[in-house]
Design a binder for this molecule. Sequence first.
Ligand code: HXC
Length: 532
Amino acid sequence: MTPTDKNRVKSPGEGLAWPGQDNLTRLEDMRGEARQGGGAKRAAEQHGRGKLTARERVDLLLDEGSFEEFDVLKTGRGGHLGSGQEYLSDGVITGHGTIDGREVFLFSQDFTVIGGSLGEAHSEKIAKVMDQAVRVGAPFIGLNDSGGARIQEGVDALAAYGEIFNRNVMASGVIPQISCIMGPCAGGAVYSPAMTDFVFMVENSSYMFVTGPNVVKTVIHQDISLEDLGGPSVHAEKSGVAHFVLPNDILCLREVRRLINYLPSNNRQKPPFLDLSDPPDRSDPALDYLVPSNPNQPYDMRILIHSILDGAEFLEVHPAFAKNLIVGFGRLGGETIGLIANQPAALAGVLDTNASVKGARFVRFCDTFNIPLVCLVDVPGFMPGPDQEHGGIIRHGSKLLYAFIEATVPRITVVLRKAYGGAYVVMNSKHIGADINYAWPTAEIAVMGPRGAAEVIYRKEIQAAADPAAALQEKEALYRSTFANPFLAAKRGYIDDVIFPRDTRKKLIRSLQFLEGKTTARPRRKHGNIAL
Ligand code: HXC
């Protein structure tokens, strides 16, 4: 023994067996067991259906190595049928991690464990991360892949859903909530995703319905497939439940990351600034020729949208539903904006029931999360006819009106061409509180289109004319020269400026800069009563 060895101070516990070693080994074993979920065979079945496992999804959604998991060791309580099935983690993975460095909370249901069904413990795990997300002000993302309420747990499973529904409502308007449907979603379980801000679905593997094909067959004697009843295309195009549909899990999770990048973490923050190195004063001379000289000729509003936004990047929400109104997120001068635009290339850009509801929900989301609104207008009016009237165009149209009026974020409008009647007022006009209203020289701001107006106000003269068709044309031309322009509205100050189309981006960015400090007072009330 050298003198140095003799004098060395022993570290605590040196030479002794570590008392925590047994538990550490047990912990590693249990973690390993939890990671197995329902086992390799079920995981292979999941892959066979073109689906990723719950853990693979979490890994893809979050920044590499950022996931912190909670409640790995939590187990279910077995239920009332004595099934004896008790899985670590109870069929759901919960925790938090980052997306491009920003914190998010999440759950990911594991279909390989009792079909991802939701019982008491499973729900408690989800509730815990929802509470944490609200407490710290971070977005919440649910990856749903579940057979619904765990049948063995009876009413306890239904109560467990109630716990989640309560939290969805309390978190609404406080933190962004996103649902991905990546497997079955049936019964009352669909209402949790429906109450979140955005619903993603995956082609060929997801469906949502309140009652499945078997119940449909029993009650109304109709044969219908899962896909036709509640598949992604149904919800993207017809019901409007799904805001985004992606071909597979990987692209779905990538799109969620993209969406998160436009949103603030909570309602007290502004959305993140992102400089895409696109000059704010960039002009686009091609825009001067966007509106065709024939007023009845359609054009694609997306050309303008891509031209004005930073880097031409636009995340369209609800692209397949009510195509006559385009809504989505983009950036102007690095700041997120919510864009609402009539689409002349679909139903001439008319407002109907679906477009009104789509627009209203989007406007309310943006207002809740401090996202300025930019409205691009070319609207011939509300859709006429019994289908729309009986379908509630009065009630639904009022939602869009209500949503705009209620919104206190900066609000800017550009009228490109038609802005007729009630639809002009509803589409973020000065009269309902828009901050800045621009018009292109091609704008036509009037009570109605020239043909309809001439037929109403000159009806008797036209009927009495020797050549009624020529008389109608003459009166139409008279009306057009008087009203089919932006000048009457500009004279009244309802239009702040008539601008060159090529300068639209520059004008919008400048306006958004000065509107940044906008404040608006509202009367005290519990909440308004939007015509739902
Ligand atoms: C318990 C369930 C379950 C459930 C599936 N499993 N759903 N266990 N409760 N709700 C189990 C199955 O027994 C099976 O276990 C495993 O999960 C995989 O299910 P499979 O049927 O083999 O898979 P698949 O053929 O793909 O069919 C998936 C399915 C089907 C379509 C989801 O399982 C199904 O119809 N489940 C019931 C759906 C349902 O009606 N849920 C209640 C909805 S009402 P083993 O051990 O055999 O592998 C609801 C109310 C919410 O949720 C109320 C909120 C207020």
